[in-house]
Ligand binder design. Structure first.
Ligand code: NAD
Ligand code: MG
Length: 393
C-alpha cells in the first residue's frame, strides 16, 4: 500500500461525492480528507466537515460560504473558503494528492483542470469537463503527468478490461472495439408520442442507478451515452467508429472490450458507483467498497439491444458534435445543460430537449478549440442562444 492519500472531494454533497465518502469512511488507514466542496448546501457540507474534519471546506456560492462559516464557528479544524478561487486552491494544493472531480456540469471544468495541472491523481466523474475541452484537457494531463482515472462506470469498466500500459493505445493492445453499455433509461420502452408528457420526477426515477438530477435526465434522453461516447474517445484515444453502444437494461455489464482474437472482456458488478470509485481510489490495489456481491442467479438473464436514435436523438447529436470537432462538443454540452435545467424547472417538455440542443448547434459556428478561453466563450455563447430559444418556446 502506498502512503495515506490526502483527498479533495469536489462536489462532496452530491451522489458521487457521498458515495466517495462512504468508501473513504471504510478505510481510515488509507485515506484522509483534505478538503470538501459543494455548491450551495451549507448545512450538508457542515455535517460532513464535522465527520471528516477536512483542513478546508469550500462553498462555490459566496452566501453559502458565509452560512458555512457560521455553522462551523465552533469547529476550528476546518477553514472555510469561497468561490471558484477556493475550489482551485484545494484542487491544486501541494498537501492533497488525490482529487475526486464530482462537480456536475461545466462548473467543474476550472477546478478539475487545476487538479490536472497540479499533477494530481484525478478521479474523473465530471465527464462534462472532458467533453467540453477534449484535446486541451488530455494535453494538460500529458504535460503535467497527472494520473487520470475514469470513474464513470462504463469507462472504469473499459479501463479495467485493458492492459494498464495501453489505455491510450487500444489498437496496440489488439483491441478492435469498445462495447459501451447503456441501461436505456426509464423511457426505453415508451412510445415516441408519450415522451412529450413525461415529468421530471419520472425522468429522475432511473430503473437501476440512483444519481443526481441532471445525469438522471441525461440518462433518460440518452445524452448521457452521447457524452460518454465522446468521453471514451478522449480517454482511450479512439474514434466513434470503434465504439458501439449496446443497450443492456440490467446494468450489470458496465462495458466490454473486444480483442483481435475474438475475446470480449466484460467488467460486471451491481449498479453501485462505489465499485468504480473504490477502484480509482485504491488503483492498482483492490479494496472493500461496501458493495453487495453480485448474485447472477437472481439476475438470471442479460439482454442487449441497439439504441433507438429516432426516439432518442441526443445520442446522434453528440456523435455529430464530436465529428464536427473544435468547439462543437462544448456547445452541445452547454445547450444540454440549459435544456435539462429548463425541463427540471417545468419550462420545457422532455421531447423538446434535443430540439433546443440541435437548434443551438446550428446557430453557433464551430471554431477551432485552440484555448480554454475559446471553450469558455463558446460555452457562454451557446447558453445565450439556448436561453433565447427557451424563452420563445
Ligand atoms: P449531484 O447533482 O448529485 O452533485 C453535484 C455536486 O456538485 C454537489 O456537491 C453540488 O453541490 C456540486 N455543485 C453543483 N453545482 C456547482 C457549482 N456551480 N460549483 C461548484 N459545485 C457545484 O451530481 P452527481 O450525480 O453526483 O454527478 C456528479 C458528476 O459525476 C456529473 O458530472 C455526472 O455526470 C458524473 N457521474 C455521476 C454518476 C452518478 O451515478 N451519480 C455516474 C457517472 C458519472
Ligand atoms: Mg456512466
Amino acid at each position: 500500500m502506498v502512503g495515506r492519500r490526502h483527498l479533495t472531494v469536489l462536489g462532496a454533497t452530491g451522489s458521487i461525492g457521498l458515495s466517495t465518502l462512504d468508501v473513504v469512511r471504510r478505510h481510515p488507514d488509507r485515506f484522509s480528507v483534505y478538503a470538501l466542496t459543494a455548491g450551495t448546501k451549507a448545512s450538508e457540507l457542515a455535517a460532513l466537515c464535522r465527520e471528516f474534519a477536512p483542513a478546508y471546506a469550500v462553498m462555490a456560492d459566496e452566501k453559502a460560504a458565509a452560512e458555512l462559516q457560521a455553522l462551523l464557528a465552533d469547529f476550528p479544524a476546518t477553514q472555510v473558503l469561497a468561490g471558484e478561487s477556493g475550489l482551485v486552491q484545494v484542487a491544486s494544493d501541494e498537501a492533497c494528492s488525490t482529487v475526486m472531480a464530482a462537480i456536475v456540469g461545466a462548473a467543474g471544468l476550472v477546478p478539475t483542470l487545476a487538479a490536472v495541472r497540479a499533477g494530481k491523481r484525478v478521479l474523473l466523474a465530471n465527464k462534462e469537463a472532458l467533453v467540453m475541452s477534449g484535446q486541451l484537457f488530455m494535453d494538460a494531463v500529458a504535460e503535467s503527468g497527472a494520473e487520470l482515472l475514469p470513474i464513470d462506470s462504463e469507462h472504469n469498466a473499459i479501463f479495467q478490461c485493458m492492459p494498464a500500459d495501453k489505455v491510450r493505445d487500444p489498437a496496440g493492445a489488439g483491441i478492435t472495439r469498445i462495447l459501451l453499455t447503456a441501461s436505456g433509461g426509464p423511457f426505453r420502452e415508451l412510445a415516441a408520442d408519450k415522451l412529450r408528457d413525461v415529468t421530471p420526477a419520472q425522468a429522475c426515477a432511473h430503473p437501476n442507478w440512483s444519481m443526481g438530477r441532471k445525469i438522471s435526465v441525461d440518462s433518460a434522453t440518452l445524452m448521457n451515452k452521447g457524452l460518454e461516447l465522446i468521453e471514451a474517445c478522449w480517454l482511450f484515444n479512439t474514434t466513434p467508429a470503434s465504439v458501439e453502444v449496446h443497450v443492456h437494461p440490467e446494468s450489470i455489464i458496465h462495458s466490454m472490450v473486444e480483442y483481435a482474437d475474438g475475446s470480449v472482456l466484460a467488467q460486471m458488478g451491481s449498479p453501485d458507483m462505489r465499485t468504480p470509485i473504490a477502484n480509482g481510489l485504491a488503483w492498482p490495489e483492490r479494496i472493500d467498497a461496501g458493495v453487495a456481491p453480485l448474485d447472477l442467479f437472481a439476475i438470471g438473464r442479460f439482454h442487449f439491444e441497439r439504441p433507438d436514435l429516432a426516439r432518442f436523438p441526443c445520442l446522434r447529436l453528440a456523435a455529430e458534435a464530436f465529428a464536427a470537432g473544435g468547439t462543437a462538443p462544448a456547445v452541445l454540452n452547454a445547450a444540454n445543460e440549459m435544456a435539462v435545467a429548463a425541463f427540471l424547472d417545468g419550462g420545457l417538455c422532455f421531447a423538446d430537449i434535443p430540439v433546443i440542443i440541435e437548434k443551438t448547434l446550428l446557430s453557433v459556428a464551430v471554431a477551432p478549440a485552440d484555448s480554454f478561453d475559446t471553450i469558455f466563450a463558446k460555452d457562454s455563447e451557446a447558453r445565450d442562444v439556448a436561453r433565447a430559444l427557451l424563452s420563445s418556446c
